[in-house]
Design a protein around this ligand. Structure first.
Ligand SMILES: [Zn+2]
Length: 310
């Protein structure tokens, strides 16, 4: 099956990052850049949505599941969220979670078969077929529903926004002073777009203990960390598979997914521990990041704020 990794149509921005196992902000940003030239101002000859998850069904209960004849007038990203704004003033809100996949194929491609039966979304313009599968969040919102959408409204500034200001966002982290930085970076209400890969890699590159609290780091260091993470993500908006290092060997990451393997800097084994009340995996090098056994097993009060799961 041809996927976003091997699409036939030239793309202005590579979408190969979508092949990474874990979609993060760079994945969605690149996907949006890929979708714009094939969707914008091209009426949908076919527009079908299936299998909306139960937890969003109420929001879309009155929405027509058929979008034939509609046109996508704008493609927007907010962190890890994709918004397709339609010409009838409704919006499709999509999140890939851990399972979502997209493919774009030219309708003129020889041997093009039917869309996969597991598709959540199938769009066909006069030229291309766009298919989304296994999308854990797919909801059609009216303008009013979009405006008061609790989750989207709660999102912090997008790391990939051209207006991102590390100092201003570091001040937002003041509401999570007692959170470990490895937990705070994933809190999409503080800043959105960072997932497990960039969290682990950015903390390693900055030699920061993932269990250090926001308060212990201070606003200057948090601001620098955010700006460095943003730069790391921006370097992955073009090119091949996501990577944070370019070494002589094939490893794309310093620590992520490398538990038990030698640290690229000091040779000590890379470790992995679950962190926070969502038990997200954090990869790190103890010696390089100053993590002691006592540090990584200590419990830190994380307040009562609602966690943002996606
Ligand atoms: Zn090390």
């Amino acid at each position: 099956m041809m996927t976003m990794c091997s699409m036939p149509t030239p793309a202005p921005v590579s979408a190969k990052a979508t092949c990474d196992v874990v979609p993060e902000g760079d994945t969605i940003f690149t996907l949006a850049a890929r979708l714009r030239p094939v969707l914008l101002a091209r009426p949908l000859r076919v527009g079908r949505l299936w299998g909306m998850p139960a937890h969003v069904r109420d929001a879309s209960a009155s929405a027509d599941m058929t979008l034939d004849g509609r046109t996508v007038r704008d493609v927007e990203t907010r962190g890890k969220h994709l918004l397709l704004h339609l010409d009838d003033d409704t919006t499709l809100h999509i999140h890939l979670g851990m399972t979502g996949r997209w493919e774009v194929r030219s309708l003129s491609e020889p041997g093009l078969g039917p869309a996969p039966p597991a598709a959540s979304l199938v769009f066909e313009t006069a030229f291309d077929r766009i298919v989304g599968t296994h999308l854990p969040v797919l909801e059609r919102l009216t303008a009013a529903q979009l405006a008061r959408h609790a989750h989207l409204r709660a999102l912090g500034p997008d790391l990939l926004s051209e207006h991102f200001d590390g100092r201003a966002v570091a001040a937002r982290f003041g509401r999570a002073l007692y959170d470990p930085i490895g937990v705070a970076l994933l809190d999409q209400t503080l800043a959105c777009g960072i997932g497990n890969v960039y969290k682990s890699e950015a903390l390693f590159l900055a030699s920061i203990d993932p269990w250090a609290t926001v308060a212990a780091l201070g606003p200057e260091r948090v601001a620098a960390l955010l700006e460095d993470t943003r730069a790391l993500m921006r370097r992955n908006l073009e090119g091949d598979l996501r990577r944070t290092r370019r070494g002589l060997d094939a490893d794309r990451y310093f620590v992520y997914g490398r538990e038990g393997q030698p640290c690229k800097r000091c040779g000590a084994p890379v470790a992995m521990r679950r962190q926070g009340d969502l038990a997200r995996s954090t990869y790190y090098c103890g010696p390089c990041q100053g993590v002691s056994v006592q540090d990584r097993t200590r419990t830190t009060p994380t307040g009562t704020r609602t966690r943002t799961r996606y």
